[in-house]
Design a binder for this molecule. Structure first.
Ligand SMILES: Cc1ncc(COP(=O)(O)O)c(C=O)c1O
Length: 420
């Protein structure tokens, strides 16, 4: 690790949490230089839904490279981009009877959010955006203004303007009550609060601590957006692409967002890709080439992302994800019940599950113990108090079982050490 410590920026994060040099990875396992194997319950912060080096995608990528496919194309039309768009429309859009335009931009989540905010402001002619407590939307100035976490906000160096935050539904939110208050505020022409261009929300907050909004709350938020002439932006960058046992985290709730932001898992292989689904009437407000991004035409991501979409041609992987999610949840619930006195809580949906251990230092100690035992997990939530489990959806049963046991051991170890 010396070379990293000497030469890489102080900004390093995960290499401090997992202080080893990784050399290989396959499905839900990573291996380091010492030949140690780690079960990956972190999956690139929600990127690797289909595992490391997914064999179908690897094969498709090798074929693409050998055939001199167009790896980089800005937003020129290519055969692989056409295949990706066709597969996405056929597999995801049409079965839902939706009509969205697909907008590509720079390849990371924050690029998707920036584009969504820009368009919402353009469409409405308003600047104020309403975001939610614990929300995480990225690190560039527009998206950072929507991100709630103070540690990240403090690094901005300039005022993060034009966004206000109101309480999310859970946890420690105020449920419907806060939305009702917000409605009263926005309907009161003397409240001093500007009409918003958009509401931006993660229907399932990931980095914010795995907080799940209810259908009722989201429907009410949608109604509020409609009534106030604002756009409803769903950021499904981490919870989408199959993570929850359905393609979108809000599937089946009868919701109709104006813009859906996707990134992370959509490129399939860990190859970067971001994409917004935009209602055509809003998309019509863009002028050609007005929002660009050099890497918005990633051939590798289209090839691997197209393979990823095959997992959604039937319900097999999603059904398995829902079933496994329930069994992982049951294990975490049992673990939480052992430490009820300490206030532990299990929550999650599909294969985004979490154990809230109340204290950030405790979650960090648990993650550290997991690492020592050969399991990668990442803390999230307010003060880092939540241990989040987001293994690849393709994780073999044995690895899932072994990973859960390692987590249980680590939690017991840390709690016994606290008692000692
Ligand atoms: C919900 C959500 N939105 C946006 C982002 C930002 O994505 P990126 O780090 O790729 O810019 C993240 C990243 O974790 C996220 O979880």
């Amino acid at each position: 690790m010396e070379l990293f410590e000497r030469w890489e920026s102080e900004i390093r994060g995960y290499s401090r949490a997992y202080p080893t040099v990784f050399t290989k990875a396959s499905n839900a396992r990573q291996f380091d230089e010492q030949g140690r194997s780690y079960i990956d319950f972190f999956a690139g912060a929600g990127v690797l839904n289909f595992g490391h080096n997914n064999p179908r995608m690897k094969e498709a990528l090798i074929r693409f490279i050998e055939a001199d496919g167009v790896a980089h194309s800005l937003d020129m039309a290519t055969d692989v981009k056409r295949e990706f768009i066709r597969a996405f429309v056929d597999t995801i859009i049409k079965p839902r009877n939706w009509d969205y335009r697909l907008q590509f931009m720079g390849p990371t989540g924050t690029n998707a959010v920036e584009a969504a905010l820009k368009l919402a402001r353009r469409v409405t002619g308003r600047s104020h955006v309403i975001a939610f407590s614990q929300g995480f939307h990225g690190m560039t100035l527009g998206s950072l203004a929507c991100t709630a976490n103070q540690y990240f906000r403090n690094a901005a160096g300039v005022p993060l303007n034009h966004v206000s935050h109101v309480p999310f539904e859970t946890p420690n939110g105020c449920g419907m009550g806060c939305l009702n208050t917000l409605r009263e505020t926005l309907e009161n022409s003397s409240s001093g609060v500007d009409a918003p261009a958009a509401f931006i929300v993660e229907p399932l907050q990931a980095e914010g601590g795995v907080n799940i909004a209810s259908r009722e709350w989201l429907l009410q938020l949608q109604q509020l957006a409609r009534d106030t002439g604002a756009l409803l932006i769903f950021d499904d960058i981490q919870a989408g692409c199959g993570r929850t046992g359905q393609y979108f985290s809000f599937d089946g709730m009868g919701l109709d967002p104006d813009i859906i932001c996707l990134a992370k898992g959509i490129g399939g292989y860990g190859t970067p890709l971001a994409m917004n689904l935009v209602k055509p009437e809003h998309d019509a407000h863009w002028q050609p080439g007005e929002h660009t991004g050099t890497f918005r035409g990633q051939g590798f991501s289209f090839v691997a992302g197209r393979e990823a979409l095959r997992y959604f041609e039937d319900d097999a992987l999603m059904r398995q994800t829902r079933e496994r999610g329930e069994s992982v949840h049951a294990r975490l619930k049992a673990l939480a019940e052992t430490y009820t006195a300490a206030g532990f809580e299990a929550r999650g949906k599909g294969m985004m599950q979490a154990l809230d251990v109340v204290e950030g230092t405790r979650a960090k100690a648990i993650a550290r113990e997991c690492f020592e035992r050969g399991l990668l997990v990442g803390p999230c939530g307010v003060g880092g108090r939540v241990v989040k489990l987001i293994p690849p959806l393709t994780i073999p049963d044995d690895d899932l079982e072994q990973g859960l046991r390692l987590l249980e051991d680590a939690v017991h170890h840390v709690m016994e050490a606290e008692d000692a």
